[in-house]
Design a protein around this ligand. Structure first.
Ligand code: ADP
Ligand code: MG
Length: 248
């Protein structure tokens, strides 16, 4: 049996009695790229909130590499090796992509020592490699504010990787992107999945088809079904919940 990077056991999250997550049982293996889909309100964002410690489970446990995360504050969970990318990029617009990466890869230095101190050779090399991976080598020295929306998303994914997390959580990375930028993000996540465990939440079905290995469908706070893209796409329960949503 493969080692698990993430497990939830019977996780319920109640907001004033409303169960955003309802006895959710989920697990993914070390090294997996998993896509989680589900209609609006299915509990996808709450699922990430409960993994990162932003929200505590009302019932149940979340295990990261077998360790129970109960009661740990968000920053400690991040330090254990869980990195999260939010939907809107959170980058320093007046710094260059290179500087943005330097700042995040030096978690124990502050902004000023990063800018005015000298990165050592190993740091420089890894940042060069990361710029290549995210496709921003030619734009590494312009202000990040001049990047397109898709390039900013790639930079932020790079900043996440610079923190060397064991598990990357990525919430709707292609919302609002052009088809070409969407494709680039997909290729980037596929490249990163060679060396990271990645959990992606997404709505865009073309994108899911591009990157999907195993797909989990959430509905009303529980797992509705799991399988390959084709399997979940043809599952009558999945068709029903998505069609139900379109009629609203
Ligand atoms: P998704 O990301 O799949 O669209 P969410 O996890 O954001 O779904 O929300 C799941 C359900 O929980 C929704 O019905 C939402 O209104 C509700 N919900 C989420 N967060 C809160 C909160 N802090 N208080 C009350 N209800 C919430
Ligand atoms: Mg959401």
């Amino acid at each position: 049996m493969n080692a698990k990077i993430l497990e939830t056991e019977n996780v319920t999250v109640s907001f004033d009695g409303f169960k955003a997550l309802n006895q959710l049982n989920f697990s993914m293996d070390v090294g997996e790229l998993r896509v989680v889909i589900g209609p609006n309100g299915a509990g996808k964002t709450t699922f990430l909130d409960v993994i990162t410690g932003k929200v505590q489970p009302t019932v149940g446990r979340v295990l990261f590499k077998g360790k129970n995360l109960r009661s740990l504050p968000e920053h400690q969970i991040a330090r254990l090796g869980i990195g999260r990318k939010f939907q809107t990029p959170r980058i320093y617009l007046n710094l260059t992509p290179r500087e943005n990466l330097e700042i995040t890869s030096n978690s124990n230095k502050n902004v000023f020592s990063t800018l005015f101190g000298r990165p050592n050779a190993a740091e420089k090399n890894s940042i060069k490699g990361l710029l290549e991976t995210i496709g921003l080598t030619s734009k590494s020295n312009i202000p990040a504010g001049l990047l397109s929306h898709g390039e900013k998303q790639r930079l932020e994914i790079g900043m996440l990787v610079a923190q060397s997390p064991d598990l990357l959580l990525v919430d709707e990375p292609v919302a609002g992107l052009t088809d070409e930028e969407t494709y680039n993000i997909g290729e980037l996540l596929l490249a990163l999945s060679q060396s990271h465990s990645i959990l992606v939440i997404e709505h865009d079905m073309e994108f899911v088809r591009q990157i999907a290995r195993k797909v989990t469908v959430l509905h009303e706070g529980s797992v509705l079904c799991e399988g390959s893209f084709e399997e979940v796409q043809n599952d009558s329960r999945v068709i029903e919940v998505y069609l139900g949503q379109q009629q609203n």
